[in-house]
Ligand binder design. Structure first.
Ligand SMILES: CC(C)(COP(=O)(O)OP(=O)(O)OC[C@H]1O[C@@H](n2cnc3c(N)ncnc32)[C@H](O)[C@@H]1OP(=O)(O)O)[C@@H](O)C(=O)NCCC(=O)NCCS
Length: 181
């Protein structure tokens, strides 16, 4: 997939900030009455995409969702709030951070239940990858998240290379075994 000409508009992190709140209904839960992990991942993907859309103003696809820790269970009837913003814009991809809280509607207690990092790639209407705008950093936290996002990208690339190497090794072994048999 080729990418198109640079997109000249730069946007602030604040302009990408997005939020979604859902009430947890019986269809969202497991047999213990807790929110299903896959359902929460769906909410995270959707809220992350909102920030990526706001930054790129084009179509986006999810390229990767990093390791997620489900820190605490979310219960039937809780309100789940997810907040997202773009941490770093690369060439055609963006790293988005999503943080999730659950609110007990009876007591009003709010707890942090999960966090995740996702990578979205901008795609134009012809299906070509599209350059994303630069990101304007305005606060110390935004500067820190921007720096951390580069480290995570390097880590993802190293992991991807390691997995590719492992696949090649397995394929080579299978090929050698098929020749011998
Ligand atoms: C994601 C996708 C567009 C990448 O396309 P590609 O032609 O392989 O592109 P490249 O490998 O040249 O990478 C393009 C960009 O994506 C990033 N990228 C690709 N795979 C990635 C991965 N697994 N994790 C993080 N970033 C990734 C690259 O770092 C690069 O970013 P940059 O342009 O900012 O440097 C393509 O693999 C795809 O369409 N995947 C399916 C997406 C999908 O259906 N998602 C779920 C539903 S939305």
């Amino acid at each position: 997939m080729s990418s198109t000409a640079p997109n000249p508009i730069a946007r602030t992190v604040a302009s990408t900030q997005s939020e979604m709140t859902e009430i947890i209904l019986p269809n969202d839960t497991n047999t213990l009455g807790n929110l299903l992990g896959g359902r929460l991942m769906h909410f995270i993907d959707v809220t992350g995409a909102m920030a990526a859309y706001r930054h790129s103003r084009t179509n986006v696809v999810t390229a990767a969702m990093d390791h997620i820790d489900f820190i605490r269970p979310v219960h039937l009837g809780d309100l789940v709030t997810l907040k997202s913003s773009v941490n770093r814009a690369f060439s055609t991809s963006m790293e988005v951070g999503v943080k999730v809280w659950a609110e007990n509607t009876r007591t009003g207690a709010v707890v942090h239940v999960a966090s995740a990092y996702l990578v979205f790639v901008a795609i134009d209407n012809q299906g070509r990858r599209q350059q994303v705008p630069q990101l304007i950093l305005e606060t110390p936290n935004e500067i820190r998240r921007h720096a951390d996002a580069l480290l995570r990208r390097e880590h993802r690339e190293a992991e991807s290379a390691r997995r590719k190497e492992a696949r090649h090794a397995v394929n080579a072994e299978e090929h050698a075994a098929s020749i011998q048999s």
